[in-house]
Ligand binder design. Structure first.
Ligand SMILES: *Cc1c(COP(=O)(O)O)cnc(C)c1O
Length: 424
């Protein structure tokens, strides 16, 4: 199978190349040149997730050297429980947070790291560079240190993460260098971008991007939507409400539908960052500066994966046929966390955003699945004061909280980053 950029469609790429490059050379995102015809069998829903993934992903790996490793990649990276529980009449919750760092990012990060383990076994002069303010950094560090020997360099803003978040970014041992940047998340992102285009660094280092636009992160995310839809669809299909920021999960769900899985409707639940919600209302896409909210992993004003969605549905009306988007305010997120508490649920702010949409904007008679993107104990500084009690910490997280941590302060300029990268 071949992949093309969302922009310049005349050049096609193999999967391995697309994974290594991350972003297409013209700045677009890689998408399948043609959608494969998949003969979906209902009995696949009885397979374990990794074997199901192999069935669904084989056409995407066709004619690529990684095809020989697909089975091992799925076995190694997708052994994460995927419970989907009934929490209210006709309402299920799909928990994507049972991986090592308790957020859905584990699925994509582990699949990506496992691919790199086979793609570039010679680790000399390689480094994974990632800017993060939340769940991505920990997931990428955990995955690359579990499956590869490739050094990882995490840049995070020193005043924008809570102590528990910081621990999850700094507890990974010698393979992971955690750089605490004296600046904002935007500074971290700018530094990473500058590093990737710096001729000085390019000549001495192979820099790997692990951000959410990488195909190897999107493909396993498509798999869990496909699997859940096949398992739980009624005669009309499944309906998902997805907490959305950069819209990787959103694109992955639409890709699963494109493959023919029974997905009837998808709603994108956003916080006060309204770029996508406005597009749904007006048909006009206007990126905005991000605003900070309680659901901070979704504080995105210019979602990069939106380009993949437009590529699939260039026409506004065709997208509106089975998708919708809502924005939820911080007050409503709090209200939703309290409502969850009253029905025996404890939600992270992102999950609460999707739950708010379920209980306020959808038909109670229709079955819906709320997608839960992180364990609430990762966001205890927000959730605990609202519900007025402590959240029990899952084992995976308490293991991380007990590890020794180490970090290096970094001035927000490229020279300082280069100095640190010379040491990895
Ligand atoms: C990253 C993240 C999101 C946003 O997901 P996208 O795929 O970027 O839309 C939502 N919730 C949590 C907890 C996250 O970490």
């Amino acid at each position: 199978m071949k992949f093309v950029s969302t922009r310049e469609k005349s050049i096609s790429y193999d999967l391995s190349i697309a994974i290594i490059q991350g972003l297409a050379p013209d700045g677009g995102l890689f998408v399948p040149a043609q959608w494969p015809k998949l003969n979906i069998e209902k009995k696949w829903r009885d397979l374990p997730l990794d074997q199901f993934a192999e069935k669904v992903l084989t056409p995407f790996f066709h004619n690529d050297p990684l095809l020989n490793n697909l089975k091992s990649i799925c076995q190694q990276s997708l052994n994460i429980p995927l419970p989907c529980l009934e929490i209210a009449p006709k309402t299920q919750i799909l928990e994507l947070f049972h991986g090592p760092t308790c957020a859905f990012k584990d699925f994509g990060a582990r699949f990506l790291a496992s691919c790199f383990n086979y793609l570039q076994p010679d680790v000399k002069n390689q480094v994974v560079l990632v800017a993060t303010s939340g769940d991505t950094g920990g997931a990428v560090a955990a995955a690359f240190s579990a499956f590869t020997k490739i050094p990882v360099c995490i840049l995070y803003p020193h005043d924008q993460v809570s102590p528990r978040q910081e621990q999850q970014l700094t507890c990974w041992g010698d393979q992971v260098k955690s750089l605490c940047v004296e600046g904002s998340f935007d500074d971290c992102q700018r530094l990473v971008k500058e590093a990737f285009v710096s001729p000085h660094l390019q000549s001495r280092l192979k820099m790997i991007s692990a951000n959410s636009i990488n195909l190897a992160r999107l493909l396993p995310q498509m798999v869990y939507f496909a699997y859940t839809s096949l398992k739980y669809a009624d005669s009309s299909g499944t309906r998902f409400i997805i907490p959305s920021g950069n819209m990787g999960n959103a694109a992955a769900a639409l890709w699963a539908k494109e493959l023919g899985f029974p997905i009837a409707k998808v709603i994108f639940a956003h916080n006060a960052n309204k770029t996508v919600t406005n597009y749904f209302q007006t048909g006009d896409y206007q990126p905005q500066k991000s605003v900070s909210t309680l659901a901070n992993a979704m504080d995105v004003g210019h979602p990069s994966n939106f380009e993949r969605i437009l590529n699939l549905y260039p026409d506004h009306q065709s997208l509106l046929q089975f998708t919708n988007a809502f924005s939820v305010t911080d007050t409503q997120i709090k209200e939703s966390i309290l409502f969850g508490n009253s029905i025996g649920q404890c939600w992270c702010p992102h999950t609460a955003t999707a739950a708010f949409v379920r209980f306020n904007h959808t038909n109670a008679e229709e079955p819906w699945i709320i997608v839960s993107t992180a364990h609430p104990a990762k966001f205890e500084s927000i959730v605990e004061p609202i519900i007025g009690k402590k959240i029990a910490i899952p084992q995976a997280l308490s293991d991380l909280l007990q590890k020794p941590s180490h970090k290096t302060p970094l001035a927000p300029n490229l020279e300082s980053l280069i100095t640190e990268l010379k040491k990895v």
